[in-house]
Design a protein around this ligand. Structure first.
Ligand code: ADE
Length: 384
């Protein structure tokens, strides 16, 4: 693979000679070529920028130097990557796609960006990708080009000694974040390596790692766990005191339905006041989802003395019921249960058939042998 970099700061690319990327170049797997955009200017001051048409702050990169250098570097089979905060987000899938290309040209913009005609013109001649490293603004595209390079080059066959480490890492296994890892010594500054990892039981180790990966993903990136339901990127976040008024409204809406289904008004959630909600928010680990600013879902959990993680108040806004959000919240609250939790327990109405179906599908069992409040049933599940 050939990788070209066009920049006004060629020194930025010195790290390409270091570490594994440098070794890949030594092995002939990749060739890095860095080009100074200013050598394609023809005025005394080597100007690469000018004021924007239409006014506004900042400067725009002039089209002529870019046109000249891209004409020189690109041909059939070239993919030109413009690094820009307004590009498509860079992720592992995109890294994998770029790793299949023979020739990448990184056009690193500075200032307010490159004259749009450069990008439009490049598109007429080949593949163009405008790529953003993330939702923040860097001073220029060089750091983004380096990051993309590192993610892409390590995927080139023959680059990594150990192909397994590619398969196992974050974002590769079922879209989960990576589980925590440990090495020797077994105890360090009072912190112990989890016993299961030293047990020699491979099945248990695999189950523990999977569970940790799910928990981490649920807590940090719930959008990865449930892309279909949370596909607008709305995260599940810890509730704050300011959520109390909306929680009260949502709770009333949800438990009126329960009251009708069970033909009973004798349900605590129906009778709570605003102050009651404020009070339980202080003692329950409560999570909420907002969509377009609106609170559309919530769930809470609390650890009981016997080690049971008591799950409750799973609420979904009426217009999103049946969308899978309830199941997402149920998975989430299990995933964030503290280490000490040994089982999950929840209550629902005797006649709340839809809820009971969802809980059973999620591995909960009806427990006729345990006492429940009048009109309710108990369901439990052992923690893996
Ligand atoms: N240039 C400036 N900010 C950038 C970003 N977030 N991603 C890619 N290129 C950039």
């Amino acid at each position: 693979m050939i990788l070209d970099y066009v920049t006004i700061f060629p020194d930025f690319f010195a790290p390409l000679d270091l570490s594994l990327a440098g070794k890949a170049a030594d092995k002939g797997l990749v060739e890095f070529r860095v080009h100074d955009l200013r050598t394609h200017t023809h005025d005394r001051h080597h100007r690469v920028d000018d004021t924007p048409y239409g006014g506004g702050a900042g400067m725009v990169m002039k089209p002529e130097p870019w046109g000249e250098v891209l004409d020189e570097l690109t041909g059939p089979g070239t993919t030109i990557v413009f690094t820009t905060p307004s590009g498509e987000p860079f992720d592992q899938r995109l890294a994998e796609e770029l790793a299949t290309r023979e020739h990448l040209v990184f056009a690193c913009g500075r200032y307010e960006g490159i004259d749009q005609r450069v990008i439009d013109h490049a598109r007429e001649h080949g593949e163009v990708r405008e790529i953003s490293l993330g939702d923040y603004v860097l001073n220029g595209g060089e750091v983004a080009a380096l990051a993309i390079t590192e993610a892409v080059v390590r995927l080139i066959p023959g680059f990594m000694g150990n192909a397994e480490s590619l398969v196992e890492e974050s974002h590769a296994e079922g879209g989960l974040l990576e589980y925590p890892v440990y090495t020797k010594p077994p105890e360090w500054r009072g912190h112990e390596v989890p016993a299961v990892l030293r047990s020699g039981d491979h099945a248990k180790v695999a189950a523990w790692r999977h569970d940790q990966a799910v928990r981490r993903t649920a807590a940090r990136r719930p959008d990865l766990l449930h892309p279909s339901v949370l596909d607008d990127g709305s995260p599940i976040v810890r509730a704050v005191a300011g959520d109390a008024p909306e929680l009260l409204v949502l709770q009333r809406a949800c438990w009126v339905q329960e009251a009708l289904a069970n033909d009973s008004l004798d349900i605590p959630a129906l009778h709570e006041s605003y102050d009651d909600v404020v009070a339980w928010l202080r003692v329950w680990d409560t999570w909420v989802v907002r969509r377009a600013g609106r609170l559309v879902g919530a769930v809470r959990g609390r650890l009981e003395d016997d080690g049971a993680w008591d799950i409750g108040r799973i609420m979904v806004a009426p217009d999103l019921q049946g969308s899978g959000l309830g199941r997402v919240l149920l998975d989430h609250i299990q995933a964030v249960a503290p280490e000490r939790a040994t089982s999950y327990v929840l209550f629902t109405g005797v006649a709340s058939e839809r809820n009971q179906r969802m809980y059973k599908k999620a591995g909960f069992r009806l427990r006729g042998d345990l006492t429940a409040p009048p009109g309710a049933v108990v369901l439990t599940k052992r923690r893996a």
